[in-house]
Design a protein around this ligand. Structure first.
Ligand SMILES: Cc1ncc(COP(=O)(O)O)c(C=O)c1O
Length: 306
């Protein structure tokens, strides 16, 4: 259960938690067409709260709307201001923010071009996404029997609500089998990503992650970590990864707003490296947390202070 907060941003207004209700005929609830984001705000060592890469998340929210051809009524500035306002009014010094743009009620049937486009932002406290200890010890993963959407079936570059059925099926399969997280491949046998995070492997100090032309979300944390790895002098390749390359990697880790930088210590019951967070993963995880918490003066432009 998520911890209740006082206010929710609902079509541009701050309303009480209990009042943020939608009608059962909400079109997105029936067919899944809509855009959402996941953003985090952190409290820095100086006590100031900042939202990490807010403008980039809002840009992707609007890009997702473009992909699914829905026209938001709100502007990116309104969404950005809404996120800041929500943290202030709820007195949240650290939070996960969830903006959504979706199709409201009106007509039914898949073609309902005149239904209102609605928006909301919710903020709540959220700790380590893959559970206590995941960031330090790493997680056990399973390559899913479910494959990622083919490019002719879905729009992987969008955070589209309905597409997440694929992630949920993979996640449930992994959890029921006793693992922490799923890794999904595409129809060509290329490793793509986790159910809600991008994936990286390290072999002989070369950092590799699947290319954007694979069926992956263009993760903002993925891009952040590529930048940080390059700054630290690593060669970063965006290249296809196969199952056997992953098994034989020195290190594997996930990146995402929710998972942050989480080591993967096992894939399909094969220990990765020595089964603990490897040195490159640890270094990039530290650099990531330094950035989000405002400790790295080189990347203050990624922070929106609340
Ligand atoms: C399927 C999927 N891949 C990757 C990511 C990581 O993206 P980001 O780093 O922008 O949070 C997410 C989370 O948004 C996701 O849902």
């Amino acid at each position: 259960m998520i911890e209740k907060v006082e206010k929710i941003w609902f079509d541009g207004e701050l309303v009480d938690w209990e009042s943020a209700q939608i009608h059962v005929l909400t079109h997105t609830m029936h067919y899944g067409l809509g855009a959402f984001e996941g953003v985090r705000a952190y409290r820095g060592d100086d006590g100031k709260t900042a939202i990490f890469r807010l403008a980039d998340h809002t840009r992707r929210l609007f890009d997702t709307c473009k992909l699914v051809a829905i026209e938001p009524v709100v502007t990116p500035d309104q969404v950005n201001d809404g996120c800041i306002e929500l943290l202030r009014v709820n007195r949240l010094d650290e939070a996960y923010l969830r903006p959504l743009i979706y199709v409201g009620d009106g007509a039914m049937g898949v073609y309902a071009p005149d239904n209102p486009i609605r928006s909301t932002i919710i903020a709540w406290r959220w700790g380590a996404y893959l559970g206590p200890g995941a960031l330090e010890r790493g997680v056990r993963t399973k390559i899913s029997a479910w494959v990622r959407h083919h490019h002719s079936i879905a729009l992987a570059k969008g955070k589209i609500m309905g597409q997440y059925t694929n992630s949920i099926l993979a996640k449930r399969e992994a959890k029921i089998a006793g693992y922490d997280e799923a890794i999904l491949m595409d129809v060509n046998g290329h490793v793509c990503e986790g159910s809600g995070e991008n994936i990286f492997m390290v072999k002989n100090d070369i950092v590799t992650t699947p290319p954007l032309s694979d069926s992956i979300l263009g993760g903002i944390t993925r891009e952040t970590v590529i930048t940080l790895a390059q700054e630290d002098g690593y060669t970063v390749r965006e290249d296809h990864i196969t199952r056997d390359q992953l098994y034989l990697a020195d290190e594997v880790f996930f990146t995402g707003t929710a998972v942050e930088v989480t080591p993967v210590r096992e894939v399909d019951d094969r220990m990765i490296g020595s089964g603990v967070a490897g040195p490159v993963t640890q270094q990039l995880q530290k650099r990531y947390f330094d950035c989000v918490k405002g400790r790295d003066p080189r990347h203050l432009e990624w922070l929106t202070f609340v």
